[in-house]
Design a protein around this ligand. Sequence first.
Ligand SMILES: [Zn+2]
Length: 92
Amino acid sequence: MSARYRCGTGERGGQMINDLRCEEVIEKLLDYLDRELDSETEQALANHMETCRACYSRAEFERRLRARINEAGRAAAPDSLRHRVRALVERY
Ligand SMILES: [Zn+2]
C-alpha cells in the first residue's frame, strides 16, 4: 500500500473539494476519529471524504486499525502478563 495519497486538485473539473486539501484531512484525521474537532471542521472533513475516495479509504483504514489495536490491547495485556509470570516461575 502506498503511503502517499494524492487527490483533490484536478478532479471534478479542477474544483477544490470544500477548500480542504487531502494533506489537511489526513492531518486532522485522528482528531476526526476521536471526535475532537469542532462540528464545522468535522463536517468539512466528512464532506471531503464523500467526494474523495483516497481520504475516505484512509479514514476507513485508520478506523479499522484503531479498532484492531483496541481489541489487541485488551486481549494482549493479560496474555503478555501471563507469559511474563510463567517465565518468572520457570526460572526459579
Ligand atoms: Zn482527499
